[in-house]
Design a protein around this ligand. Structure first.
Ligand code: ATP
Length: 304
């Protein structure tokens, strides 16, 4: 699979004496992925987005965007959509006025821009607010207009910096569904601190910390879905029986849960039948079971 975005040893400092915001940072986002870009405050996520969108120039390293070496307005026109972290919107205009204008800037005809505006407003479920001035919309609705503006013209690569910030659970859920619907149509890179929401839409993860990429790969690998099962039990598991029947699996307590780690290549379906049988025999109730740890747990473990 080719990469829609590739960072190779990219370094960016905001001042000569400041610690680098990006420090020989290398990562890739495969074409067609929905990538979660995660990291603590100050990790370098917004800086990485700014380098891709041409707002900032890297000091060194290579950036490949849709196969182009670095940001090029001419070659990337209409191919890259960006939602900056603190996107300002023209308050007195209606959402369609803004979106048609952006479509026209991308070279769409007036009719194409109007139909594109309708399409993206439907996608973010704002089709019933087309006559409202942006200033009269709620924070969450304005955020959705901003997301829509990054999607005008069906760009091949879309960067969304904190699209879910400040949204209530209902709005976050609705926007998350709208973003999930883009899977397969575009490459999406979404930065968010809302790891539970992010985990539901992304299939690729890039974790940054102190300007470096500390982990990247398919979500299933990052969260260990292939080798980890998390059990929520009503009592302690029968560890000696489990070890006897599944000798290569290890067990550890994690707060109120038990984490089963399987050896590489283990058949987790078959193993779960054994575990369930032994739990039933020991009279231990199962309250919940999950393949892999959550993205949040994986993120926190990566910081230990
Ligand atoms: P957050 O999750 O808080 O949005 P982030 O991962 O997006 O953080 P950046 O905003 O890229 O992180 O910041 C990375 C580093 O660069 C931080 O140490 C920050 O203080 C510094 N930085 C960011 N913007 C500037 C700026 N305009 N001038 C000086 N330093 C900056």
């Amino acid at each position: 699979m080719t990469d829609a975005l590739l960072f190779r040893e990219v370094t960016k400092r905001y001042g000569r004496r400041a610690a680098p915001a990006l420090d020989a940072c290398s990562f890739r986002v495969p074409t067609g992925a929905v990538c979660g870009l995660v990291g603590p405050n100050g990790a370098g996520k917004t800086t990485a987005f700014s380098v891709v969108s041409g707002f900032l120039l890297a000091d060194s390293g290579e950036v490949s965007i849709l196969g182009e070496p670095g940001f090029s307005p001419a070659r990337l026109k209409g191919r890259l959509g960006v939602l900056p972290q603190d996107a300002e919107l023209p308050d007195r205009h209606t959402p369609p006025e803004l979106l048609v204008h952006l479509g026209r800037l991308q070279g769409l005809s007036a009719a194409e821009a109007r139909s594109e505006s309708e399409r993206v407003l439907t996608l973010v479920r704002l089709e019933d607010r087309i006559d409202s001035a942006i200033a009269t919309l709620s924070h969450g609705m304005r955020r959705r207009v901003a997301v829509a503006s990054a999607l005008v013209g069906r760009p091949e690569l879309v960067l969304l910096d904190e699209p879910l910030a400040g949204l209530d659970p209902v709005q976050a859920h609705s926007l998350r569904d709208a973003l999930a619907a883009l899977r397969g149509q575009t490459t999406l890179v979404v930065s968010s601190h809302n790891l539970a929401e992010l985990e539901r839409i992304c299939d690729w993860v890039v974790m940054l910390d102190h300007g470096r990429c500390v982990r990247q790969g398919p979500l299933s690998e990052v969260t260990g879905q292939r080798g980890v099962v998390v059990w929520e039990l009503a009592g302690d598991p029968p560890l000696s029986a489990l070890t006897e029947h599944l000798p290569h699996h290890s067990w550890r307590r994690d707060g109120t849960h038990w984490v089963q780690e399987a050896p590489a290549g283990a058949d987790l379906d078959a193993a779960s039948v054994v575990v369930m049988r032994l739990l039933v025999e020991a009279g231990v109730g199962v309250r919940g079971v999950q393949r892999g740890v959550s993205l949040e747990t994986s993120f926190l473990e990566g910081r230990d």
